[in-house]
Design a protein around this ligand. Structure first.
Ligand SMILES: [Zn+2]
Length: 148
């Protein structure tokens, strides 16, 4: 398949998959909701509400900031998106999915995603030692880049 066709095919699949998600969480599919979900899922960064609003409004002028707030809350409660707090008072959002951790560069604000199996095992063991089964966890690392 040519690149452009592949891209179109991927987009079509994503659209169908998103409609399945709406059915699964039992919310009515509306155009603003579809657009907001697409904006979050297509974001490589971790946008905050204002940024999601900016990107959504570029696709549909009729979307209001209030709609964005309401929709994000709805998606968060339905666990199709996740909130990320990097300690600057602005909640950021990303698509819920493959588990990963975040390393936040405190100088630039860059958010770097990573996965570490040893860390996962360690977290399970820590909970276990305290008499708990680990069901969920979040970890944000804050760092300054070492200049060599
Ligand atoms: Zn992330």
């Amino acid at each position: 398949m040519a690149e452009i066709q592949k891209k179109r095919y991927k987009l079509a699949c994503q659209k169908i998959w998103n409609e399945v998600k709406f059915l699964k969480i039992g919310v009515r599919i509306t155009l603003p909701r579809k657009i907001i979900l697409e904006v979050i899922e297509s974001s490589e960064d971790h946008p905050d509400v204002d940024e999601i609003y900016r990107r959504a409004v570029a696709k549909d002028k009729s979307i209001s900031i209030a709609t964005v707030y309401r929709t994000i809350k709805l998606f968060e409660e339905a666990n199709i998106i996740e909130k990320l707090d990097i300690g600057d008072g602005r909640a950021r959002y990303e698509e819920a999915g493959a588990h990963h951790e975040h390393l936040i560069d405190v100088d630039t604000g860059d958010i770097i995603e990573f996965q570490n199996e040893e860390l996962e095992e360690m977290k399970r063991q820590v909970a276990l030692k305290m008499g708990y089964e680990l069901v969920d966890h979040r970890l944000e690392l804050f760092g300054k880049k070492i200049i060599k």
